[in-house]
Design a binder for this molecule. Structure first.
Ligand SMILES: [Zn+2]
Length: 431
């Protein structure tokens, strides 16, 4: 089905890239204001701390959330979900929302029909009902084959377009930080070099990657039945590169199973009524990560310049944590390492508040160090076990909806509670 020869598909990838500069400098977030009113943390700072903890956990752990699907008929939704179920969860979760629309205008201004488009930062995908409802007029379409619109979406075509767009999501996994630090996966490797799987793959390295991704997965067992017609197969080199890229790390393997998929699918279903809840979460998480980095850099340098060791240490912890979260896509250990740094900082803040309290007897470096270590251990434990354990527990008790409740409760309480209890324990032991 040579749709591409006849109707180039374009992506908003380029348009999305232009969005970055305007949001590249968010206001730095601070974990918890170091106030003197130690024991009575006010409700707002507790809430804020829990919200940030949830964002940090989300950025640190492999995501298993399905996109919010809107505008689709029951039949289209079934094809979409069936296709997503057959693709790796780590790729599916890069897509924030899928919107079925009657028609997509071509962002490049040509006459070519656009079948699907995905925005990089939020993973907002649009699929064109018109574009994906074409039916072949002349049997096996070669370069000269013709297509004409039919009444209903062609399932095989929809599946192919969706897989292509998820391929873009995979290419940009890592989001903002990845884009700002050298770019997407298709930047290197064999992408952009011949042989190509389709005419459209020849246009750019990104499209080569997405077309190859589509081909790679549609060839696999789960999605067989999709006609491949006259297209050449994936070259051995590109197949090997794709295989390598799709290998799951241990953290991704923990969540790529029915329990987490069903929970993630339920989350997508719940947010379908308001997709911004799903895509906003992804975006806010990226901005929080970026603000840790930018804020960490500025606090570290101003701490050094002013000879303020206290500020320097906290700035460095933020910077390290932000980098860890930003590059967690590349190494699964970086996420938990980042939670440890954030937990250590929360521990130091707690020791500060303790020391500032009236009649405090334990304001020693030893206590601060113990609070940092305790906060780090508690932050990792709570930040990892909270969301994952909460999901597992909730799912076991009440199925997918229980999993969603467990995920939310575990996310907002896990890191905040873990780091607080850890720091408290550290202080108690040291003093
Ligand atoms: Zn594309």
């Amino acid at each position: 089905m040579s749709v591409h020869a006849l109707s180039p598909r374009a992506s908003f990838a380029n348009a999305g890239a232009f969005l970055t500069p305007s949001i590249a400098k968010p206001t730095p977030l601070q974990i918890a204001p170091a106030t003197a009113s130690r024991p009575q943390d006010d409700a707002w700072s507790v809430t804020l701390g829990a919200g940030k903890g949830a964002l940090y956990s989300q950025a640190a752990l492999p995501s298993f959330l399905y996109p919010a699907i809107s505008g689709a008929t029951a039949a289209e939704r079934a094809v979409i979900l069936e296709t997503l179920d057959a693709l790796p969860l780590k790729d599916v979760s890069t897509i924030g929302s899928i919107k079925m629309v009657p028609h997509i205008g071509n962002p490049y201004g040509g006459n070519g029909l656009v079948l699907g488009a995905t925005r990089v930062l939020t993973g907002d995908m649009e699929l064109s009902r018109f574009g994906n409802s074409l039916r072949e007029v002349q049997g096996f379409a070669g370069p000269t084959g013709r297509f004409e619109p039919s009444d209903t979406v062609n399932p095989a075509m929809l599946r192919g377009t969706l897989a292509h767009e998820v391929g873009h999501g995979h290419d940009y996994q890592g989001g903002l930080v990845r884009m700002l630090t050298g770019g997407e996966e298709s930047h290197g490797g064999p992408w952009g070099e011949p042989p190509h799987v389709s005419k459209y793959a020849e246009t750019t390295a990104r499209e080569d990657f997405a077309e190859s991704y589509q081909r790679y997965h549609l060839d696999r067992e789960q999605l067989r039945g999709t006609p491949s017609y006259d297209r050449p197969g994936l070259s051995a080199e590109k197949r090997a590169a794709m295989e390598e890229s799709e290998r799951l790390n241990f953290a991704e393997r923990v969540v790529d199973n029915e329990m987490f998929r069903e929970t993630g699918r339920k989350f997508g279903e719940i947010t379908s009524a308001a997709p911004i809840l799903r895509t906003g979460l992804a975006l806010v998480g990226q901005l929080a990560t970026l603000s840790l980095i930018t804020g960490g850099v500025s606090r570290t340098f101003s701490g050094i310049a002013n000879g303020n060791g206290h500020a320097t240490v906290r700035g460095a912890l933020d910077l390290g944590a932000g980098l860890g979260l930003g590059f967690a896509y590349a190494n699964p250990l970086l996420g938990p390492a980042a939670l440890a740094l954030l937990g250590a900082k929360a521990g130091l803040d707690r020791a500060d508040r303790d020391a500032a309290a009236p009649n405090s007897s334990h304001a020693t470096p030893k206590v601060a160090a113990a609070a940092a270590v305790g906060g780090a251990l508690g932050g990792v434990a709570g930040g990892v076990v909270g969301p994952l354990g909460g999901t597992a527990l909730g799912y076991t008790v009440a199925g997918p909806i229980g999993g969603v409740v467990g995920l939310v409760v575990g996310s907002v309480s896990g890191f905040a509670l873990g780091s607080a209890l850890g720091a408290e324990a550290g202080i108690a032991i040291a003093s």
